[in-house]
Design a protein around this ligand. Structure first.
Ligand SMILES: NC(=O)C1=CN([C@@H]2O[C@H](COP(=O)(O)OP(=O)(O)OC[C@H]3O[C@@H](n4cnc5c(N)ncnc54)[C@H](OP(=O)(O)O)[C@@H]3O)[C@@H](O)[C@H]2O)C=CC1
Ligand SMILES: CC(=O)[C@H](N)C(=O)O
Length: 266
């Protein structure tokens, strides 16, 4: 029998933050559809979650950076009426100065972090809108609001995720659809091995959150109706101030008149 809550899809569930989302959503009673490239890991997690929570768990092996796999998985989501929640979590970072970053590695980050996230969001949204229900969680990063010298392309992809998610939130603001962007700071996962900086062990442990703490805080933010959740930001006013300043810009620039500093002669 399928869960009354429907199916939660978690991309990149084979490790890190995605694996904890799968666990927590299984604990809440969702059936699960887990996708990543490392199928053996997904199968192991699926067996564990079935026995712990008695939910139905399906595993799909796909490279979401590859157009054909992505299209096939997006079709699968479009055609699955049980899907009620999507966590767009799959992602990767190459922490490399841009002059040393290959075009292929830049594109791979864009394909997974941006293209896959957009295509999968668009695959579930029409049904969410038709049903006036559904939950979309996009995993961005605190690096979506600033770039470090090593994170230029990665930060660019995550800036896209945050703004894309904020746009979607405006589109569904009068509906019962929930859309959340999660902006974690440093979290202890394998992303740091892929990043090429020697794993998260090189970071100051006092700055690195556990995956469990990150996901539990993010889900508490979702339950509280937050649109943007920074799992580790104690002073929420910092974000409110930034948003207030950002949102004042559109009215301030739509004037037809060049700013006086560009027209006044000395
Ligand atoms: N850890 C951190 O400090 C932070 C992480 N984030 C974000 O959290 C998300 C999860 O990352 P995290 O848990 O840290 O890192 P992990 O490396 O542990 O997890 C990344 C997941 O993405 C999947 N993935 C990567 N490339 C592909 C691909 N081509 N096709 C399908 N799946 C893919 C991986 O699966 P597989 O390799 O099996 O395909 C893996 O399951 C990312 O979006 C990341 O940007 C945000 C802020 C901070
Ligand atoms: C590799 C990173 O920098 C990290 N994933 C982040 O988004 O902060």
């Amino acid at each position: 029998m399928s869960s009354k809550l429907g199916t939660a899809v978690v991309t990149g569930a084979s490790s890190g933050i995605g694996a904890v989302y799968a666990d927590r959503l299984g604990a809440r009673g969702y059936d699960l559809l887990l996708v990543a490239r490392r199928v053996e890991r997904l199968e192991k997690l699926a067996a564990d979650l079935r026995s712990k929570y008695g939910v139905h768990v399906e595993v799909v092996g796909a490279d979401l950076g590859k157009a054909s796999d992505l299209e096939q998985f997006a079709d699968r989501l479009r055609g699955d009426e049980h899907v009620t929640l999507l966590v767009n979590n799959a992602g990767l970072a190459y922490m490399t100065p841009s002059a040393e970053l290959s075009a292929a590695k830049a594109q791979e980050q864009i394909n997974v972090n941006v293209t896959a996230l957009v295509q999968l969001s668009l695959a579930v949204l029409p049904r969410f809108v038709a049903k006036n229900a559904g939950t979309l969680i996009n995993i961005s990063s605190v690096l979506s609001i600033f770039a470090m010298p090593l994170s230029t392309t990665y930060s660019g992809t995550k800036a896209f995720v945050t703004l894309f998610t904020q746009g979607l939130q405006q589109e569904v603001k009068d509906t019962k659809i929930r859309i959340q962007a999660v902006l974690p700071a440093s979290t202890a996962t394998e992303i740091w091995d892929v990043a090429g900086i020697g794993g998260h062990g090189v970071l100051d442990p006092a700055t690195v959150m556990s995956t469990e703490a990150c996901v539990d805080a993010a889900l508490a933010g979702l339950d509280a109706g937050e649109l943007i959740t920074f799992p580790s930001l104690e002073d929420g006013a910092l974000w409110s101030h930034l948003e207030q300043a950002r949102l004042a810009i559109p009215a301030a620039v739509n004037t037809r008149i060049p700013a006086s500093r560009y027209t006044s002669r000395v």
